[in-house]
Design a protein around this ligand. Structure first.
Ligand code: COA
Length: 260
């Protein structure tokens, strides 16, 4: 079931998850939401996967947010369940023990921008459009957007974007720091793969601990953040990979990390 709405491809320790509902601009219905939850959950335990790329099928959309056609047939309780699940999905992506790269290959509105915000790194194609448009539907962002957008672009800019529901183009998204880099449409995925493969070459425990230290440390005062960094560093010290890194340096060769 999950194979249909979510395409999964693995190569060189990188997993590419493609939201696969192009006829609906890759909007997230319940089926896709559950498929994403299931995949993110199972990837946590996969030592052979070291980075994840999220993208959308087709050339128009990354993800147009919640499936509004499905939504119109939902009861209030079902809407609450959906929101609960999409908020948890965003948190699971943010907390995943390996980096997640969003390849924003077109429209990313509402939940689409929220998926990108939950990712660690965002690259966008020139044709990307982003925005938290929920207030135009008389609701608010429910997948973490009210919390993550201000943390990325600043409180005032996030308020302006959320209160107006304004859609921004890729150039503006880059200017305000919502995406790291704008790429050509054809070059987007290879740019993401190149980054994911560079990450995959590094010590997996180190990358996981760096993500943990940044995510947790940024939410606290600097003294606590530095303690978090210290505790995260300590996790890397007894690893076999740390010794392999030192050996490889001495032997002037590329290290082979195993995650041990
Ligand atoms: N849920 C369900 N279907 C959606 C959708 C969504 N969020 N967004 C787009 N679609 C569907 C359209 O209904 C249309 O289907 P149809 O051909 O059966 O009518 C198809 O995707 C193509 O969309 P269309 O609007 O014709 O293409 P467009 O290029 O003119 O515009 C969007 C694309 C995404 C800009 C526009 O559809 C839109 O604004 N969608 C709503 C996005 C949104 O507000 N998301 C936040 C939800 S909280």
């Amino acid at each position: 079931m999950s194979q249909e709405v979510l395409h999964i491809e693995e190569d060189k320790q990188v997993c590419l998850l493609t939201l696969n509902r192009p006829e609906s601009m890759n909007a997230i219905n319940m089926e896709l939401l559950h498929a994403l939850q299931e995949q993110v959950h199972s990837l946590r335990l996969r030592k052979d996967v070291r980075a994840l790329i999220l993208t959308g099928a087709g050339e128009k959309a990354f993800c147009a947010g919640a499936d509004l056609k499905e939504r119109s047939g939902m009861t209030q309780e079902q809407v609450k369940e959906y929101i609960h699940n999409i908020r948890n999905l965003s948190s699971a992506i943010e907390d995943l023990n390996k980096p997640v790269i969003a390849a924003v290959n077109g429209v990313a509105l509402g939940g689409g921008t929220e998926l990108a915000l939950a990712s660690d790194i965002r690259f966008a194609a020139e044709n990307a459009t982003m925005g938290l448009t929920e207030t135009s539907l008389a609701i608010i962002p429910g997948g973490g957007g009210t919390q993550r957008l201000p943390r990325v672009v600043g409180r005032s800019r996030a308020k302006e974007m959320i209160f107006t529901g304004r859609r921004i183009d890729a150039a503006e998204a880059e200017r305000i720091g919502l995406v790291t880099e704008v790429c050509s449409q054809e070059g987007l995925l290879s740019r993401c793969r190149e980054t994911a493969e560079a990450i995959a070459e590094n010590g997996p425990v180190a990358v996981e601990q760096a993500k943990f230290a940044i995510n947790r440390g940024m939410e606290t005062d600097i003294a606590t953040g530095l303690s978090i960094e210290s505790a995260a560093y300590w996790v890397t010290i007894p690893t076999e990979d740390r010794l392999e890194g030192l050996r490889a340096f001495k032997e002037k060769r590329k290290p082979q990390y195993t995650g041990q």
